[in-house]
Design a protein around this ligand. Structure first.
Ligand SMILES: [Zn+2]
Ligand SMILES: [Zn+2]
Length: 134
């Protein structure tokens, strides 16, 4: 699977080329802050499949229950492009909203549903985990 994407203002552009390892929604509190209230929809890929073609993302580190999580974002418009656990930087979760064609996304599950607000629907046909999958 090959796709292009970038941030809202266009300063950062990327191309990803490789098979998604997983696709889904993360309902953790950190993702809610950054999404505006809902989960983060992401595609997990090998870092080596993700190529920044233009611009230079800034990074932000936050302490989470699962360790230090690093997020890369555009310093100009604030769009978050991807995130990864500092312990496993070889795997990145690319934010679906940054894809030029987000319609390719096929959600396979929900994680951190224990943190999801009650008003947010969870697709009952998909597997879900209270926190991170094992
Ligand atoms: Zn931008
Ligand atoms: Zn999250």
């Amino acid at each position: 699977m090959k796709f292009d994407g970038g941030c809202l203002c266009g300063l950062i552009r990327y191309q990803a080329d490789g098979e998604p390892l997983a696709q889904g929604a993360c309902h953790c509190r950190d993702c809610q802050y950054l999404s505006g209230g809902g989960p983060a929809y992401t595609i997990m890929m090998q870092r080596s499949c993700f190529h920044v073609r233009k611009g230079e993302p800034r990074t932000h580190r936050s302490k989470t229950a699962a360790g230090i999580y690093v997020r890369e974002f555009c310093a100009e418009c604030g769009t978050h492009l991807l995130g990864y656990n500092e312990a496993t930087p070889e795997f990145v979760a690319v934010r679906v909203g940054t894809m030029d064609e987000p319609g390719f996304f096929k959600p396979q599950g929900h994680i951190w549903v224990d943190s999801a607000p009650k008003w947010h629907p969870i697709d009952k046909k998909l597997p879900k985990w209270p926190r991170n999958p094992n």
